[in-house]
Write a protein that binds this ligand. Structure first.
Ligand code: KIV
Length: 275
């Protein structure tokens, strides 16, 4: 079967943490997307995406589950390895799935799997005050870490559903403090999901590390969306922050290029995508 893997051989230098730090400093927005297979990975690379996340959202968009909870380590490694084969320039992050990091030792073991077997360059974990020690432990082993705050899909059965987080001042202050503490513990990126735009702005402004948002307003250092949402593949009701980039685009590549351009030029997210 014909694939376009040769498109990977780009002469643009790979995105590193240094690239992202420079982009934050210079106010250049970071464009990130999720991805689950090699063919789309090639396309995202060709479209100029900076950061690719093999998200455990694959449990919902690929496997058809109601939540991300059923996703296993073996499945994450499988999809991550496929994506890694298609990428050259973007930084590759992979999610540690539900209950793969209950202790710092298990977190390390599973982060190593995502990196050695899956080819990930960074691991992401849904975080809070309780994960500071784990982040510190991973960072102490020179593993790049993305700390996910705000709406944490792995916790939906405990928190009561997919809801905007940090609306109350006390919760907002706690999230601000967690973001700072996680970066101080060694997190290299903070990811904020589904929070008021004003809170996204505050956290990004005081963060020493790049802050990437999904439904966190226009003032984070970058944006991430689920690939199948921007390509209008996901069925059913879409979250408020989703924009269909297939509208007016001739094909998938053009849609992803439009997404990258909209993030860079601050056309996305618009007020109607914010909380
Ligand atoms: O799993 C995922 O796709 C994510 C994004 C929603 C950021 O964590």
């Amino acid at each position: 079967m014909y694939t376009q893997l040769q498109l990977r051989d780009s002469d643009r230098p790979p995105v590193t943490l240094g690239t992202l730090a420079r982009m934050k400093d210079q106010g250049e927005k970071i464009a990130a997307l999720t991805c689950y297979d090699a063919s789309f990975a090639v396309l995202l690379d060709a479209a100029g995406v900076d950061v690719v996340l093999v998200g455990d959202s694959l449990g919902m968009v690929i496997q058809g589950h109601e939540t991300t909870v059923p996703v296993t380590m073996d499945q994450m490694v499988y999809h991550c390895a496929a994506v890694a084969r298609g990428l050259h320039r973007p930084l590759l992050i992979a999610d540690l799935p539900f209950m793969s990091y209950p202790t710092k030792e298990r977190a390390l073991e599973n982060a190593v799997r995502l990196m050695q077997e899956g080819g990930a360059q960074m691991v992401k974990l849904e975080s809070g005050g309780g994960q500071i020690e784990i982040v510190e432990f991973l960072a102490g082993h020179d593993i790049a870490v993305c700390a996910h705050l705000g709406l944490k899909p792995q916790s939906v059965h405990k928190t009561g559903g997919f809801r905007v987080q940090g609306r109350q001042e006390e919760a907002a202050r706690r999230m601000q403090a967690d973001a700072k503490a996680l970066a101080a513990a060694g997190a290299d990126i903070v990811l904020l999901e589904c929070i008021p735009a004003e809170l996204g702005k505050r956290i990004a402004a005081e963060s020493a590390v790049p802050v990437i948002g999904i439904g966190a307003g226009p003032d984070t250092d970058g944006q991430i969306l689920v690939l199948y949402d921007i390509l209008d593949i996901t069925s059913g009701r879409k979250p408020r922050f989703v924009r269909n980039f297939m509208t007016g685009a001739g094909d998938n590549l053009e849609a992803v290029k439009r997404y990258v351009a909209a993030v860079r030029e601050r056309g996305y997210p618009a007020p109607e995508h914010c909380f």
